[in-house]
Design a protein around this ligand. Structure first.
Ligand SMILES: NC(=O)c1ccc[n+]([C@@H]2O[C@H](COP(=O)([O-])OP(=O)(O)OC[C@H]3O[C@@H](n4cnc5c(N)ncnc54)[C@H](OP(=O)(O)O)[C@@H]3O)[C@@H](O)[C@H]2O)c1
Length: 287
């Protein structure tokens, strides 16, 4: 699949015309990915970062950060504030009411699901972002959780992405679930990989196992679980906990995760019986 380079400033900018002009503010993981995505589909993008790096600034010759920001915003209808979460509200409160070069108020967007900031619209991409750009198809498939689907359509009329609506009061809970579903399994896998490496278990064998674990889960979320928890095999579980507890500090920490998983299992989250992932889709695909 085609990769989209971070510094892709496409000459295909006329390919998918959109009346909207976007300012991408920040130079972290999400800012780099959205710069690549928006440019690849031909949106008009200007960028700004406090760091002054020419890759992240359309006007790097303006060395004063605030003046460079004002100049950048003059060329934008919609500004995406892609900062670390605690920096978003102070920045938006300071700059709300700012007008662009057409004397129109800049519309503020952030992507932080846990941040509730009435002056800024939240559009949270349900995706994880690595240090490398993704294929265009991956960007186009990622769904956005947002405050209001209609408003998302007005802010981003050229995006083909699926969108679903979540009210601001439930976004922090939704975000906690995103972290549990995506980030925490990665932390567990990372800890396990280190210990598998110590035991000289081949990486390829582990990868094959993990791929099938995910495939089985996605095919039948409520009945894919195997192993001693699913079988109720308490002697084996106790043996595992004993050996983890006796191991390295990392393995002792993994014993804590294992114990938490036994509590999760006891809470009855793993029901048997489904045959396929048939959860109804409520997404507006807008395609
Ligand atoms: N990464 C993901 O997978 C993901 C997924 C969905 C949503 N998000 C959301 O996307 C946003 C950005 O996350 P990220 O992962 O891209 O973060 P990141 O890689 O840690 O980058 C944070 C960026 O914020 C900038 N920044 C912090 N404080 C600032 C301030 N006061 N003024 C100006 N710039 C400031 C930093 O600038 P410097 O480089 O100069 O320090 C850096 O460029 C967050 O709201 C996050 O919740 C992230």
């Amino acid at each position: 699949m085609r990769q989209v380079p971070d510094n892709f400033r496409t000459i295909a900018a006329k390919r998918t015309p959109s009346a909207r002009r976007y300012a991408i503010l920040g130079n972290g993981r999400l800012a780099r990915h959205l710069r690549a995505y928006f440019s690849a589909i031909g949106l008009a993008v200007v960028s700004w970062s406090r760091c002054g790096d020419p890759k992240a600034n359309t006007f790097p010759d303006i060395t004063h950060g605030e003046k460079r920001l004002q100049h950048t915003l003059a060329h934008a209808d919609v500004a995406l504030v892609l900062f670390s979460d605690p920096a978003i509200i102070p920045f938006v409160e300071k700059h709300q009411g700012q007008c662009n070069g057409n004397s129109q108020p800049v519309q503020w967007v952030h992507c932080a699901a846990s941040v509730v900031s009435p002056p800024a619209f939240c559009a949270h991409p349900l995706m994880t972002f690595s240090h490398r750009p993704y294929a265009l198809e991956t960007y186009q498939k990622m769904a956005f959780a947002c405050d209001d689907v209609e408003r998302f359509g007005r802010l981003f009329p050229a995006l083909p992405n699926p969108v679903f609506q979540l009210s601001a009061d439930i976004r922090p809970l939704y975000h906690a679930l995103c972290v549990l579903a995506g980030n925490i399994p990665q932390m567990i896998w990372q800890g396990c990989l280190q210990s598998f490496d110590d035991l000289h278990v081949p990486r390829q064998a582990v990868e094959t196992y993990l791929r099938q674990v995910l495939a089985n889960f996605l095919a039948a979320p409520n009945s894919a679980l195997t192993g001693p928890l699913a079988r109720g095999d308490h002697p084996t579980i106790n043996k595992h906990l004993h050996h983890l507890q006796q191991g390295t500090d990392l393995q002792a920490a993994l014993a804590g995760v294992y114990r938490a998983a036994t509590a999760l299992h006891a809470a009855g989250k793993h029901k048997n019986g489904d045959t396929a992932a048939t959860h109804p889709s409520v997404m507006d695909t807008r395609a």
